[in-house]
Design a protein around this ligand. Structure first.
Ligand code: KG4
Ligand code: ZN
Length: 336
């Protein structure tokens, strides 16, 4: 079954064609990073307009890359939640039009399930049940995946998501938006134990995450330096990036370790934009190895937002009988 999927939940307009949930045929991602970089973050209204401009070209280019026409496609899939509402609505409206004009089924896909499904495209042996760890710009969630469409939340971020914390710290260190990838490189040059940051925990919710205190500690440290008339030099910035990353990664691996100790070793799939972080990949790998758990990592090209992952998850949603009619709406927030 060939599915054409559309993703527009944040600042990437993407389309892709995948077959039977496991084989990526072609995909295109149009990033809006250059547009939002000058504001230091995503401007929702501008994002919606940029999606509206890009969406036709992106879908055509995905079909062209696949060497297929719309007549060769069996179903249309779209991210309907969660995300920026105007951005989501652009994709949902376009997908509805395409599905109903062509008489093909429309499959709504949850963005976070999509991130997890990125792994299905590269790991044929990954099958539920497994534990999914999604670390992205908007989410930090530990979830049990009992079946392809059966998710239950183990823990999640109570305030800033990991990617958001990366981006805010990058900003105070003078790195361009989004700073996650630049922080990754900078952290490799610094001492992770120079500053004893701690992400902290949530009382009564041992698997939940809190990153806003960690972010504030970094911002206060940098502002303190500036107030004392000390311009942060390269060594200082690298040590801050390394210490912040170490604290964040420790918070993630400690939840993972706790889960394994409580529930036993299991298959683990990492996903989301921050899953591209080399320090996180290494640390999660070490934790998995320590407890004899199998770890599945998405390739860097499928960590950030893309439509291939939506096309993959859509296949399993379709098999579970999930399709939508013309009443499909977008949701800014929705449990996985
Ligand atoms: O999954 P994603 O594309 O969007 C959401 O669904 O939120 O994640 C984007 C986030 C951004 O915050 C970006 O800075 C972060 O992923 N990111 C990274 C790295 N590459 C991207 N964070 C840390 N290290 C990286 N190498
Ligand atoms: Zn995402």
């Amino acid at each position: 079954m060939k599915i054409l999927a559309i993703e527009s939940s944040c600042d990437e307009t993407a389309a892709a064609v995948a077959e039977d949930g496991r084989k990526l045929i072609a995909g295109t991602v149009a990033s809006q990073i250059d547009i939002h970089a000058k504001y230091g973050g995503v401007v929702p209204e501008i994002a919606s307009r940029a999606h509206a401009e890009a969406i036709c070209g992106v879908v055509s280019s995905a079909l062209e890359g696949a060497g297929l026409g719309l007549e060769d496609i069996d179903a249309i899939a779209v991210t309907y939640a969660p995300g920026l509402i105007g951005a989501l609505l652009t994709g949902v409206s376009y997908a509805k039009g395409l599905a109903f004009a062509s008489g093909k089924p429309l499959i709504p896909v949850h963005h976070i399930r999509g991130h997890v499904a990125a792994n299905y495209l590269v790991h044929p042996e990954l099958k539920p049940p497994f534990l999914a760890l999604v670390v992205s710009g908007g989410h930090t969630s530990l979830m049990k995946v009992a079946d392809y469409t059966e998710y239950s939340l183990v823990g999640c971020a109570r305030d800033d998501a990991a990617g958001e914390a990366f981006d805010k710290c990058a900003r105070v260190l003078g790195l361009p938006y989004p700073g996650g990838a630049a922080m990754d490189k900078l952290a490799s040059l610094g001492d992770p134990l120079k500053y004893r940051f701690n992400a902290g925990s949530v009382d009564g919710a041992e698997y939940d995450f809190t990153f806003s205190g960690l972010k504030t500690a970094v911002i206060n440290l940098v502002h303190g330096e500036l107030q004392r008339g000390r311009e942060p030099d390269e060594a200082f910035r690298a040590d801050v990036a390394a210490s912040f990353t170490h604290a964040l990664v420790t918070a993630v691996t400690s939840r993972l370790e706790k889960y394994i100790l409580h529930s036993g070793a299991c298959d683990i799939a990492l996903a989301g934009g921050v899953a591209a972080n080399s320090h996180l990949r290494r640390a999660v790998g070490e934790t998995a190895e320590k407890y004899g758990a199998r770890l599945f990592l998405p390739p860097l090209s499928l960590c950030g937002d893309n439509a291939a992952m939506i096309a993959s998850q859509a296949y399993y949603e379709y098999l579970a009988g999930v399709t939508a009619g013309p009443e499909l709406n977008a949701c800014a927030t929705k449990a996985v």
